[in-house]
Ligand binder design. Structure first.
Ligand SMILES: [Zn+2]
Length: 309
């Protein structure tokens, strides 16, 4: 009987469940489901119930669950900004006890990057740099299927390379980081400032504006939106060029929510990058292909290793 692995992407608002045949080689799911994220003190009991119903008695070799936060060597969640009820919890142990198969935690951003490199737009390439343009900006260098973590497990912060010391304050304590130019939260804030200055929106409407509204306005030819994205894509080009000079990857994959707007983000950024490149080896720079399922696929890849160990 076919053995399965389960990838659980435990997100801030929704949680994705993915079932694949063990020995994952390509992104072909056997089943997928999205459930509202279980929250609070009973969250893991509720999550386990969802997983149990989803698996429906099929044999499971192992599972992995993404965590947006820091997990220590024993699998205890130290901090998680969007899942605060997990702090101090050995998430894998709790789920393993309840489900009867191995469950290990995996860093959400690194899981997604690894999946893109191994199963997505980097598939078939040994050396891929993955950049995720979401609320923030993350990145990972994936070599032969393995994320390079750095000597202190702190690699991948391309979003926090400062480009302007006089720039806007960043959540990391610096100013003018790449993330302050192209992070979704910063783009939404910039667009709110523009719309607020025009006096055309109520406070409630202003609060609801997102980076995607800015993207839509730029596509419609709004000059201020176009100017904000010109600045953003210039910063992205500069950031990627610095990365190319440092890492020299064979392929660059750009994903995340804003990575799905290649016409106004990635393509202009790559054009600017090519115009500035001198000695750099510019590899193919391509959009991600797994979309919002990248994290769940990364968890499935991890589950495969756990189960076969
Ligand atoms: Zn920063």
């Amino acid at each position: 009987m076919t053995e399965h692995v389960v990838g659980i992407d435990y997100g801030g608002t929704s949680t994705k469940l993915l079932l694949a045949a063990a020995g994952v080689r390509e992104a072909v799911p056997m089943a997928q489901a999205v459930v509202p994220t279980p929250r609070g003190g009973d969250a893991l009991e509720e999550l386990a119930t969802h997983v149990e119903a989803f698996v429906a008695g099929r044999p499971v070799r192992g599972a992995a669950v993404t965590v947006a936060g820091i997990v220590d060597d024993r699998g205890v969640v130290l901090t998680s900004s969007n899942l605060p009820w997990l702090a101090g919890v050995a998430i894998g142990d709790v789920l393993r006890t309840r489900l009867g198969f191995a469950v290990v935690p995996v860093h959400d951003g690194r899981a997604a990057a690894r999946a893109e490199a191994v199963l997505g737009a980097g598939r078939g390439h040994e050396d891929t740099y993955v950049v995720a343009l979401g609320t923030g900006v993350g990145s990972a260098h994936v070599v032969r299927g393995v994320v390079e973590p750095g000597a202190h497990n702190a690699a991948g912060e391309i979003g926090h390379i400062s480009q302007d010391e006089q720039g806007r304050p960043c959540s990391c304590g610096q100013r003018g980081c790449l993330e302050t130019f192209i992070g979704g939260a910063h783009l939404a804030r910039r667009w709110r400032e523009v719309v607020a200055a025009s006096g055309s929106a109520s406070p409630g409407e202003l609060d609801a504006l997102t980076a995607q509204d800015l993207v839509a306005a730029a596509r419609a030819g709004h000059p201020a939106a176009t100017a904000i994205l010109a600045e953003a894509t210039t910063a992205l080009a500069r950031g990627l060029l610095g990365m190319l000079a440092t890492v020299d990857p064979g392929r660059v994959v750009v994903g995340g929510g804003l990575g799905q707007a290649p016409d106004v983000i990635l393509e202009p950024a790559v054009a600017r990058l090519r115009a500035r490149a001198t000695f750099h080896q510019v590899p193919p720079i391509v959009p991600a292909t797994l979309g919002p399922w990248a994290g769940a696929w990364g968890a499935a890849l991890t589950a495969d290793e756990v189960g076969s160990a």
